[in-house]
Design a protein around this ligand. Structure first.
Ligand code: FA5
Length: 357
């Protein structure tokens, strides 16, 4: 900061500064004033008896008549402005540091931004569909609210079939509010088999991920809503061997190249023959452990050759076309892969669970 003496010495060394130059220098210097002592030095330098501004004011009477008025007005205006700025700065120094400055502790460690991630169910769906995608399967999706016809009838499950009890579900009310309608929350992704075959001519090779609903008591392995991935392949000459080969390759891609698979007869009204597919336990290599409940095998899906009645229902000739279908529970696959012991964790919204994936 220039002292009053220095300022007047500088003024004698060259042409006197203009009013605007004085304004710029004075206001710039005021910004740095951080104590009352420095502020007083500033006052002497820019408003004192020997300051440039006082010199300008004193010299007005010696100016040509036409300049007197304008120079006088601007010098007086600057004097007022500098006095005001001085008072404000004095007030600021008296008030001490601002609350914001007080609250700012630059030594605190920064706050990490939490990054989001895909839900483990979504991750598993992607892994499953990627595995089938690599084998030439397309991906399709279908409605969660489904017609009774697609969920049951088209799949060879007529109204009086006992399999309907196994897939008890939530029905939508009829529009008049009297009883249930013929729409429901789908119990499996299999209705998409019928929908796709109705819309498409063979060859078909598709996997269909989606949410399903069942009216059942929940426990560690049963939720009332969960995800499945359905698979369907239909063409001329497709055999049970094609199905075994495809599902074997899938199991190796998802659970490791060492996996063995086992097919055992199972019943689903929409396939014939029907099968349940298991893999040898990847934790104990088939020796028997808690994960495979001592059996050495873990069931992962239902499968089978598309029933001729289903093919006829969608207008395909079963003498010309054959196919296979399969359906697996996504959460169950994720549970096996990650050692998760309760299916209810998936929809809990608990970040302690979710952030592990
Ligand atoms: C079916 O739903 C058949 N649609 C599968 C199928 C498709 C068979 C094509 C043949 C041909 P299932 O009811 O077994 O089958 O269910 C299939 C899988 O869904 C089960 O293996 C299980 O992994 C999963 N799942 C079934 N119920 C639940 C539930 N309540 N909670 C979590 N996962 C479930």
């Amino acid at each position: 900061m220039a002292s009053g003496t220095e300022s007047s010495e500088a003024a004698t060394a060259g042409p006197p500064p203009s009013v605007e130059e004085i304004r710029t220098t004075a206001l710039a210097a005021l910004v740095d004033a951080d104590s009352e002592v420095v502020l007083d030095q500033w006052r002497v330098a820019y408003l004192g008896r020997k300051s440039d501004l006082t010199n300008v004011l004193r010299s007005i009477s010696s100016l040509p008549a036409e300049d007197r008025k304008t120079v006088g007005a601007s010098a007086n205006q600057l004097r007022g402005a500098l006095e005001e700025a001085l008072a404000e700065k004095a007030q600021e120094l008296k008030a001490g540091p601002s609350e914001i400055a007080d609250a700012l502790d630059v030594t605190l460690p920064g706050r990490r931004r939490r990054s989001g991630g895909l839900h483990p169910t979504t991750q598993t769906i992607r892994e499953i569909t990627d595995a089938f995608g690599a084998m030439g399967f397309q991906i399709a999706e279908g409605p969660e609210i489904e017609w009774e016809r697609y969920n049951f009838d088209a799949l060879n499950i007529p109204a009086d079939h006992p399999a309907r009890d196994q897939w008890d579900t939530f029905w939508l009310d009829s529009p008049d509010g009297k009883g249930r309608s013929d729409m429901l929350l789908r119990t499996h992704t299999s209705p998409m088999q019928a929908r796709l075959m109705e819309q498409t001519d063979p060859p078909i090779r598709v996997v269909i991920p989606g949410r399903c609903f069942r009216y059942e008591a929940t426990d560690a392995t049963h939720e009332w809503h969960f995800f499945q991935v359905e698979g369907l392949a239909v063409d001329r000459g497709i055999t049970f061997a094609d199905m075994k080969g495809t599902l074997f390759e899938f199991a190796r891609r998802i659970f490791g190249p060492e996996r063995k698979v086992r097919f055992r007869v199972d019943f689903f009204p929409f396939v014939e023959p029907g099968a349940e597919m298991a893999i040898d336990c990847f934790k104990c290599n088939g020796q028997g452990c808690s994960m495979c409940k001592g059996t050495g095998w873990i069931e992962i899906m239902g499968a089978g050759m598309v029933h001729p009645a289903v093919l006829r229902n969608v207008g395909y000739d079963p003498e010309v076309y054959t196919g296979f279908a399969f359906g697996m529970g996504v959460e169950r696959i994720a549970m096996l892969r990650h050692g998760i012991d309760d299916v209810r964790q998936f929809a809990s919204g608990d970040l302690r669970f979710l952030s592990q994936f």
